[in-house]
Design a protein around this ligand. Structure first.
Ligand code: 5GP
Length: 140
């Protein structure tokens, strides 16, 4: 992969960032527009666009960093919780076409809710649920 993205430019140091972690495959840095103090982005250095584009072994490496950084991020800003999310694809709100995990520290008074607050519940009957489950199994 050689495609340049905003985030490869950050990894390469062309665009400055508040780096919090780096190894051979993975980079983590503070979001420039933090939703809460400590809002951190974790990326594979290679510019895969979406989660499912990332090879499984690399996804495991990056997720291990998300796992290790989450308590460090929470501790740094004294947060009792965090929301960890990927906007996976443009329709889901992904703005930078280089997959990134958001670690967003959460606070009692941060004025927002769970991920569930983004959605209305979908009204699905038993047949629809069963056919969706079958379709997922067929596509694995
Ligand atoms: P997305 O909407 O694609 O899930 O999130 C992209 C994130 O990248 C946003 O939260 C945005 O604030 C962050 N971002 C955009 N440009 C920059 C930048 O130049 N530096 C840093 N550190 N973060 C950026």
């Amino acid at each position: 992969m050689s495609e340049e993205t905003l985030f490869t430019r950050i990894v390469d140091g062309e665009i400055p960032s508040y780096s919090v972690y780096e190894d051979d495959t993975t980079y983590a840095f503070l979001d420039a527009n933090p939703l809460t103090p400590g809002h951190t982005l974790v990326i594979p250095k290679e510019p895969y666009e979406r989660f499912q584009d990332v090879p499984a072994d690399l996804a495991a490496d990056v997720f291990a960093v998300v796992h290790a950084l989450t308590p460090a991020v929470e501790a740094a800003v004294d947060a009792p919780a965090s929301t960890i999310a990927i906007n996976n694809g443009e329709t889901a709100g992904q703005e930078v076409a280089h997959v990134h995990w958001h670690i967003i520290p959460r606070f009692e008074d941060d004025g927002t809710g769970p991920v569930h607050a983004l959605f209305e519940y979908a009204d699905l009957d038993e047949d629809r649920m069963a056919s969706i489950a079958a379709a997922i199994r067929e596509n694995e």
